[in-house]
Ligand binder design. Structure first.
Ligand code: KG4
Ligand code: ZN
Length: 354
């Protein structure tokens, strides 16, 4: 079965073709990053307009790279939530038009659940349960205990900024450009990660939630100083400040927090199979740290390859095939929404060790 995925939830226009929900046949991503860079972040209206322009050429390239014809497609899967509403709607409209033209069903996919599938799109392997999965992206920092394709219990999430958002905001503060993750990582390569010791936001001893907005504020005050009434001390970086050191110290803090929270989650659940996806999972030092921790603690670590960590449509097609199978091939109306929610572990609750 060939599923064609369409992804337009943020600033990447992507179309991919996946065979039997596992094998990536083609995956084309057109990034709009350069259009948003002058604004230091994604501008929703520009994103939607760019998707409308890019969708047809990206679709044609995906078919060409897959070496298949339109008529070979059996199912269309499209991200329907969460994301920027106008951006989502452009992808949904295109997917519905495709469904009509090809006379195939169209299924809506949750973008975060698609990120959960990405670590398994290597060697066409089947997901195994139970599994701890962390999605760290520009919009989400969500940690799940997954017990099946359709069973994701939310153990923790960010209370404010997502990890990728923190990278983007810190890059903006440090005048490094957009998107923040890659440029902060590059600057950090020539910086000292111990130059500034930013307080690690671990929250309470048991918590699996995350909070990165205080860290961003700490970087702000470190770089610009603070007035006696608690405001940033201007808009010029302090003279003599080594941007590389701040980038490396900030990155080290985020890596420490993500690593520590995953260790905590493993201790609390007894689950040692750990998967990680989302744009921040491209981060070199984070991947290195998690590989080390996994080796020390004998976890089975599944890291999505970088091209499948950032937004792509292969994960959307694969997730669409799962949802289609779970629903027994019964379509349901598409529902565009900026939000998504999951069943959450009760406060202070424990999860049976598995
Ligand atoms: O998954 P993604 O492409 O889009 C969302 O669903 O949000 O993630 C984009 C985020 C951005 O915030 C970007 O700065 C971050 O992933 N990112 C990184 C790296 N590459 C991308 N963060 C840290 N290090 C990287 N190398
Ligand atoms: Zn994403």
């Amino acid at each position: 079965m060939l599923t064609l995925g369409v992804e337009t939830s943020c600033d990447e226009t992507a179309v991919a073709i996946v065979r039997d929900g596992r094998e990536v046949v083609s995956s084309v991503v057109a990034s709009q990053a350069s259009r948003h860079a002058p604004f230091g972040g994604v501008v929703p209206e520009i994103a939607a307009r760019e998707h409308v322009l890019a969708l047809v050429p990206v679709f044609e390239r995906a078919l060409e790279e897959a070496g298949c014809a339109r008529e070979d497609i059996d199912l269309v899967a499209v991200t329907e939530r969460p994301g920027l509403l106008a951006a989502l709607l452009s992808g949904i409209a295109a997917a519905q038009a495709l469904g009509l033209a090809l006379d195939v069903p169209v299924i809506g996919v949750n973008h975060v659940e698609a990120h959960l599938v990405a670590p398994f799109l290597v060697d066409g392997r089947a997901p195994e349960w139970p599994l701890l999965s962390l999605v760290v992206s520009g919009g989400h920092t969500h940690l799940f205990l997954s017990r099946g394709d359709e069973d994701h219990l939310l153990l923790g999430a960010t209370l404010d900024d997502a990890a990728g958002e923190a990278f983007d905001k810190v890059a903006k503060l440090l005048r490094l450009g957009y998107p923040g993750g890659p440029v902060v990582q590059r600057a950090a390569e020539s910086g000292d990660p111990e130059a500034v010791v930013f307080k690690r936001p671990y929250l309470s001893k048991e918590s699996l939630d995350f909070s990165f907005s205080g860290l961003k504020t700490a970087v702000l005050y470190h770089c610009f100083g603070q007035t006696p009434d608690g405001k940033p001390g201007g808009d010029r970086l302090k003279p003599g400040l080594r941007v590389e050191d701040v980038a490396a110290s900030f990155q080290a803090c985020v890596v420490d927090v993500l690593d520590r929270k995953l260790r905590r989650a493993v201790e609390q659940t007894g689950v040692t199979r750990v998967a990680i996806g989302g744009g921040v999972a491209c981060n070199g030092p984070l991947r290195e740290r998690l590989r080390r921790t996994a080796a020390e603690r004998q976890w089975e670590l599944l890291l999505a390859p970088p091209a499948l960590c950032t937004d792509n449509a292969a994960m959307v097609a694969a997730r669409g095939a799962q949802v289609w199978a779970a629903r027994g091939g019964v379509p349901r109306p598409l529902e565009a929404s900026p939000r998504a929610s999951w069943v959450r572990r009760p406060a202070g609750g424990t999860v049976a060790k598995g």
